[in-house]
Design a protein around this ligand. Structure first.
Ligand SMILES: Cc1cc2nc3c(=O)[nH]c(=O)nc-3n(C[C@H](O)[C@H](O)[C@H](O)COP(=O)(O)O)c2cc1C
Length: 386
């Protein structure tokens, strides 16, 4: 299948899978342990029903969404994904550029393979920065300062990686700091010559934001080794208070799943939460974010902006999350499949697919404006799935 023939995110996934050697595709696709959580995320959307209302004037449909102090063209953005250049050279900046062109937010990963400063040149008004804290607090503070100096509107602190999780696909594939080149890995690579040619031309991706803290002689593996000596770092509520002091603009915590943690974040002065289980990559027994959203919404109300990611593959999924109380939704793999499949064209295609699906479903359910979308569109008014 060619990119022009892709009609949905699953098609992009298939093209990405064909382009990438198994070791790279499995890194995007994989979850933790038995990957039950991955399935749970997608099923949580599939289990909900939107009940259509007809004979409504839907001739003008507006999917723009207010978030903090501005309006984006669509109610979704791009979640942070580390090591993206492994799937397509320059992927972070490709994602940033496509997000700016589509007027949606792009969250640059704390383990990005481009620098904060480069993203600021390409998409200054659409890039948010996702922070992975370092064991050395000076590095953490410097990363926050750099994001602040770059003029980014929003800092996202990811809290759901207290330990490195057990991702069994990566273990089996020998994916790590230095890849173990097993015969099967080499054979696989040879079957993906376009990817290998890119890799040879651009070299091993480097964690650019960490390069200035690593020893001066460090190559990309040395920078990766340095970063992994600094992460994951233990983080507590006290650290969040520090970030609140250091960061003058919108502060978002990503990965909160418990109602009491959401309340505590609101008390700490956080502006928003991305309810997330890291796309099923950290805790296999974790609930889907959609399952905990109603309780968190009931607890915090409008005190804090609720956003969500994990498992979104369709425009309708985004609308279900909004109907259940999320203000905004993020996608990780959907746009990454696009980047891996076809670079800028693929990311634009992923965004367009989701945008068109949202538009059609809004028309189909008789909801011309997202401000009107609420639980009355769900089969059960309390949001429990049918
Ligand atoms: C390849 C990959 C890398 C990721 N890297 C990060 C990261 O660096 N920081 C982070 O907060 N989340 C990271 N995530 C999680 C995403 O931000 C997001 O929570 C998840 O992908 C959402 O699920 P979805 O892929 O089903 O949309 C990563 C996810 C993937 C697939």
């Amino acid at each position: 299948m060619k990119i022009a023939d892709a009609v949905n995110i699953e098609d992009l996934r298939r093209i990405a899978k064909r382009h990438l050697p198994k070791i790279a595709f499995d890194f995007i696709e994989g979850g933790v342990e038995d990957e039950r959580c991955l399935g749970r995320n997608e099923n949580s959307f599939a289990r909900h029903r939107l009940v259509p209302r007809y004979m409504v004037d839907i001739s003008q449909r507006d999917q723009s969404a207010k978030l903090f102090d501005r309006t984006y063209a669509s109610p979704f953005g791009i979640s942070p994904t580390g090591l993206a250049a492994l799937f397509r050279p320059g992927a972070d900046l490709i994602l940033a550029e496509a997000a700016a062109a589509a007027d949606i937010p792009f969250v640059m990963s704390g383990s990005a393979t481009a620098s904060i400063e480069a993203a600021a040149r390409i998409a200054p008004k659409h890039t948010w920065y996702q922070l992975y804290t370092a064991r050395d607090p000076k590095i953490t503070e410097d990363l926050v300062r750099r994001a602040r100096d770059a003029g980014f509107s929003t800092l996202v602190v990811t809290v759901d990686v207290p330990v490195s999780s057990k991702r069994e696909r990566n273990m089996r594939n020998g994916f790590g700091l230095s890849v173990t080149f097993k015969f099967s890995t080499i054979a696989e690579a040879l079957m993906h010559p376009a990817w290998v040619a890119d890799y040879l031309r651009h070299g091993k991706p480097r964690f650019e934001n960490w390069a200035s803290y690593a020893p001066p002689e460090a190559d990309s593996t040395g920078v990766a080794r340095f970063m992994s000596s600094q992460t994951p770092a233990t983080m507590t509520w006290r650290d969040l208070e520090t970030f609140r002091r250091l960061w003058p603009r919108h502060l978002v915590v990503k990965g909160i799943m418990h109602r009491d943690d959401a309340l505590r974040a609101a008390e700490a002065g956080v502006d928003g939460l991305i309810i997330s289980n890291h796309g099923g990559r950290q805790l296999d027994q974790a609930p889907a974010p959609l399952e905990v959203l109603p309780a968190i919404h009931a607890a915090v109300g409008d005190r804090i902006v609720l956003m969500l990611d994990s498992g979104v593959r369709r425009g309708a999924d985004i609308l279900v999350a909004l109907a259940l109380g999320a203000r905004f939704v993020f996608v990780g793999r959907a746009t990454l499949y696009g980047a891996a499949a076809a670079g800028p064209v693929g990311v634009r295609k992923a965004i367009k697919i989701l945008r068109n699906e949202i538009d059609l479903v809004m028309g189909q359910i008789g909801c011309p404006n997202l401000a009107q979308l609420d639980r009355s569109f769900l089969l059960t008014p309390d949001g429990t799935p049918a």
